[in-house]
Design a protein around this ligand. Structure first.
Ligand SMILES: [Zn+2]
Length: 419
């Protein structure tokens, strides 16, 4: 066998199990057959500890975190026990701490999926990890509970508040609350609705001892979230607008202009000139520094036809540069004010919506520069993965057709290997 079981057991990092055998399946799947090393359980009826063995239950399969890039599935037959105190001697299957009843994935895998779902869609995460949409929905359903077990949490410090889109088209959301617990980013709660009332009620449900430990709330620009945080935590807590969400907003402005300009160019340019601009929309999503010589030439060709697009693109790059500089809050305010003036003077109306948000959320947006905190997810995974189902620039093979592309903190598309 290519893995020795001790090493594998360490990699799995799960308690109370021993590995019996490992089967290497198709499509890089590792089936690890395990058995429980824990003795006894509690009777499901009377709750007393029981240890009269009653054989093994039905085989269950639990998806776990990848090992060496292999999809990993744990196969287990739970131990069963009989209660001699209850009438009819009912049997109870033993459950181990690392999975929940009826789950098809381990708790560790569940956490990972929850983190990746933040600001993403079920479809994207489903494609990326080859997990069914139904299984993901099941994870969410199990986790949408009003009660959080606060006992294991000592401090909160930074709370992230984001959302998960349930359906394609971002019509339906659940709210995700994340925090670093014992130095690990964790999803601590899922809320069923995206209203100020629901979020506020959740914040108020945090025990006082923990509420006092909150220093920063990192949110997207949604007014309900910010309003709820302000209402509960007041001035004592720094509320900052997550950088990724700000970037998404100004890049939306560029995208709007891009669509308008392409429409105009399709009317006015010759077929030959248009062909030369093929894939230019893709290049526009990258920062100039990340482009190769061919791509830069393409960008310049496009800008020759659309000076407005050039100005807007450069405005985006200027914002990214502001975010990337180590500025104080005061400095960032001056830089942003300068940016707003330039954009207004040049009549770059594609940023109107963003300018409005910048104006109303100026404090929260510049609070980012105080501690450079981003919501847990962005910090933790450092990128947003997105499956782009279209053919990408310069990529012709089928392999690249489903190339995974992620957006970095500044909202630029980047290629990356999926972990
Ligand atoms: Zn019993």
């Amino acid at each position: 066998m290519m893995f020795d079981t001790d090493t594998l057991q360490t990699l799995l990092n799960l308690p109370d199990l021993a590995i019996d055998r490992v089967v290497l399946g198709e499509r890089r799947t590792l089936q690890i057959h395990v058995h429980s090393t824990l003795e006894g359980t509690h009777c499901h009826r009377c709750g007393k500890p029981i240890d009269h063995g009653y054989g093994l239950g039905q085989e269950i399969k639990l998806r776990h975190l990848p090992v060496f890039d292999y999809h990993t599935v744990l196969v287990l037959r739970p131990k069963r026990y009989q209660c001699h105190s209850c009438e009819g001697r009912p049997t109870t299957s033993q459950m181990l701490s690392w999975y929940s009843p009826r789950a098809s994935v381990t708790k560790a895998f569940e956490q990972q999926m929850l983190l990746e779902l933040i600001n993403s869609t079920l479809e994207d995460v489903s494609l990326k990890h080859a997990v069914g949409v139904d299984a993901l929905q099941g994870i969410l359903d199990r986790r949408i509970e009003p009660e959080v077990d606060w006992n294991g949490i000592e401090t909160l410090e930074v709370i992230g508040i984001d959302e998960i889109a349930l359906k394609k088209g971002h019509r339906d959301f659940v709210v995700v609350i994340s925090a670093y617990v014992n130095d690990r980013l964790r999803v601590i709660a899922l809320l069923p609705a995206r209203t100020k009332a629901v979020v506020e009620a959740f914040f108020r449900s945090i025990p006082k001892r923990l509420r006092r430990t909150v220093e920063v709330v990192c949110s997207d620009l949604y007014q309900g979230f910010i309003g709820a945080a302000k209402a509960v935590f007041g001035k004592r807590v720094l509320i900052c607008a997550d950088r990724f969400h700000v970037a998404r907003l100004y890049r939306e402005g560029l995208e709007t202009l891009r669509k308008r300009e392409f429409k105009r160019l399709r009317r006015t340019l010759s077929k030959a000139s248009l062909d030369e601009l093929k894939n230019a929309h893709w290049v526009l999503r990258h920062r100039r520094a990340d482009l190769n010589a061919d791509e830069r030439r393409l960008l310049n060709r496009l800008f020759a036809h659309s000076p407005k697009l050039k100005e807007a693109y450069e405005a985006c790059e200027a914002l990214t540069a502001i975010y990337d500089s180590r500025l104080s809050k005061g400095q960032s305010k001056r830089k942003l004010r300068g940016w707003m003036r330039r954009v207004t003077n040049r009549k770059l109306t594609c940023f109107d919506r963003f300018l409005g948000t910048l104006e109303t959320r100026f404090e929260e947006i510049t609070n980012y520069f105080v501690g450079r905190r981003t919501s847990g997810f962005v910090e933790g995974l450092n990128n947003k993965l997105k499956v782009i189902k279209r053919r990408c620039y310069g990529m012709t093979s089928l392999k690249h057709f489903y190339q995974r592309v992620y957006l970095d903190l500044n909202g630029y598309a980047k290629f990356g290997t999926v972990r």
